[in-house]
Design a protein around this ligand. Structure first.
Ligand code: NAP
Length: 490
């Protein structure tokens, strides 16, 4: 099936942090793919900066290496065309040198869309916005992309948003959460709102509970220093997992207009039942991995990787969350994320209630309740578990089978990376899949009390062996409710 590609308007994209890991693994490959598919207009330029004193040719060679490493089946003519779009400028954002050169390049085309992508450590977000403002680089067609994390808590997030807000208006700020750019996540909206089938059942009367798992098999590795200041709650729950929860739980928005969607997500965040110290005790488990085995080999524990013998930082968290509104009252949302877990998987499981009465005798076997599984990674796809009759004349025996929609197989197209979609949305000025400031505030308002409870308790996270599904207390968390974590997946 051919993919429909609509060329975007002409633009200049400035990437701060153009020699970083994100640029190497994600941004350059994403932009190459969009160029390959004919989505970038002939004049579009990508201006890349960092402190490194690269010549133009040296940067092109570095970028070619990034494509070689992260893109399958490079097309030499397309690579050449893409590399010709790149311009490199050395700027230490904390100093003055280089900004004037950037201004000269940008001001040669004042009327095209201008996007600044801040692919640098969050400490620089304010400095860069300030530099962009001081050098008068903001035009009416300018946007800025902010990477996560946005703050360490509600207060620091507000301070950061204030700083960015001094230079950019809210409609120019694109707070990126790459989970929202995944095909499956957008398909969740298509499933819910482009089919009559699900929405009438999408409530407490028919859904027993929801599980959202973001499991990684890797440890913190070289990022231990940064990770120890964050932890799983800040790194994954405050942003990615709560955003997924919003898309599952929100009311149908009036339209796909950015503010309609974000208004509905905001209502969900505000309806999250606050976690009190008593609830935290029962409804939250936090863990820290110790040595074990992962991907077939022995791996060290978190503290060994950190090089310290004490840290209260959680590398795993499981939470039973509740949404206090009509649609979801009494439906638990079990959230869990962790590093060095048994496998790498991100998925949402919507568990429907059992049928009210069975007309089948015991010989038919167990009737399992329907389950909708939305898998984000690996192998994006959606699967619906339904009961059918076992084929053949052997009487009425029932079995559960998946109605499977693996997108890559179904459409025979390459599954685009989330960044491809999101960068093009930035150029198009479409904020639907980006977080609005009040969403960030509302997410922190729910997360902050949990951080405060942990800070006051000063207790050690529960140890779990690398390569397992986390502390046994997280199994107990759900099993106390007569449910289990779904580990059959797609
Ligand atoms: P990184 O590998 O450490 O890269 C940082 C970049 O910033 C480098 O290009 C570095 O280049 C540049 N830089 C550092 N100090 C600078 C200065 N004073 N002036 C100008 N440039 C400077 O970080 P990253 O992993 O790419 O992450 C970038 C951002 O994306 C972070 O906010 C991160 O949280 C977020 N993020 C990353 C990922 C990922 O997969 N990597 C995923 C989600 C979010 P020089 O040292 O050459 O100057």
């Amino acid at each position: 099936m051919a993919v429909r590609v609509i060329e975007v308007d002409d633009f200049d994209l400035v990437v701060f942090g153009g020699t970083g890991d994100l640029a190497h693994r994600k941004l350059l490959p994403a932009l190459y793919h969009r160029d390959l598919d004919g989505q970038l207009p002939a004049g579009a330029r990508i201006i890349v900066t960092s402190r490194r004193e690269f010549t133009h040719d040296e940067y092109q060679a570095w970028a070619e290496g990034a494509l070689g490493e992260h893109v399958k089946d490079l097309e030499p003519a397309a690579v050449k065309r893409f590399l010709a779009r790149l311009t490199y400028i050395a700027i230490d954002v904390a100093a003055e040198a280089g900004w004037a050169d950037l201004g000269k390049i940008l001001n040669a085309r004042p009327n095209v869309i201008r996007a600044f992508y801040l692919a640098v450590a969050p400490d620089f977000f304010g400095t860069i916005c300030d530099g962009i403002g001081r050098h008068n680089l903001v035009t009416s067609k300018t946007r800025v992309v902010i990477e996560k994390p946005i703050g360490k808590d509600g207060k620091s997030a507000q301070a950061l948003n204030e700083t960015i807000g001094k230079v950019f208006k809210e409609h120019q700020i694109f707070r990126i959460d790459h989970y929202l750019g995944k095909e499956t996540v957008q398909n969740l909206m298509a499933l819910r709102f482009a089919n009559a089938l699900f929405e009438p059942l999408w409530n407490a009367a028919h859904i027993d509970h929801v599980q959202i798992t973001v499991a990684e098999s890797l440890g913190v590795g070289g990022r231990a220093g940064y990770y120890d200041t964050a932890g799983a709650l800040r790194d994954m729950v405050q942003n990615h997992i709560l955003q997924l929860l919003c898309l599952v739980a929100m009311e149908p928005p009036e339209s796909m207009n950015a503010d309609s969607v974000r208004d509905e997500k905001l209502k969900v965040l505000k309806a999250l039942a606050p976690i009190t110290p008593e609830l935290a005790e029962k409804h939250i488990v936090r863990g820290q991995y110790k040595a074990g085995a992962s991907d077939g080999g022995a791996v060290p524990g978190y503290l060994d990787e950190l090089g310290r013998d004490d840290s209260l930082t959680e590398t795993f968290v499981a939470i039973k969350a509740q949404i206090a509104n009509w649609r979801w009252a009494g439906v638990p949302f079990y959230l869990r994320t962790g590093k060095r877990l048994a496998t790498r998987v991100s998925e949402i499981v919507v568990q429907f209630r059992p049928i009210p009465h069975s007309i089948f005798g015991p010989e038919a076997g167990v009737i399992s309740a329907n389950r909708l599984i939305i898998r984000l990674q690996p192998d994006e796809g959606v699967k619906m578990q339904v009961m059918i009759k076992d084929p053949g004349p052997g009487g009425m025996r029932l079995r559960q089978v998946p109605l499977d929609m693996s997108f890559a197989d179904a459409f025979k197209v390459r599954n685009p990376d989330a960044y491809e979609r999101l960068i093009m949305d930035v150029i198009r000025g479409n904020q639907t899949l980006f977080m609005r400031r009040d969403e960030v505030d509302a997410a922190w308002a729910w997360v902050d009390p949990i951080l405060e409870i942990w800070a006051a308790a000063k207790d050690q996270p529960k140890a779990y062996t690398s390569g397992t599904w986390g502390p046994s207390a997280s199994i107990a968390l759900i099993e106390r409710d007569g449910r289990t974590w779904a580990e059959d997946g797609i």
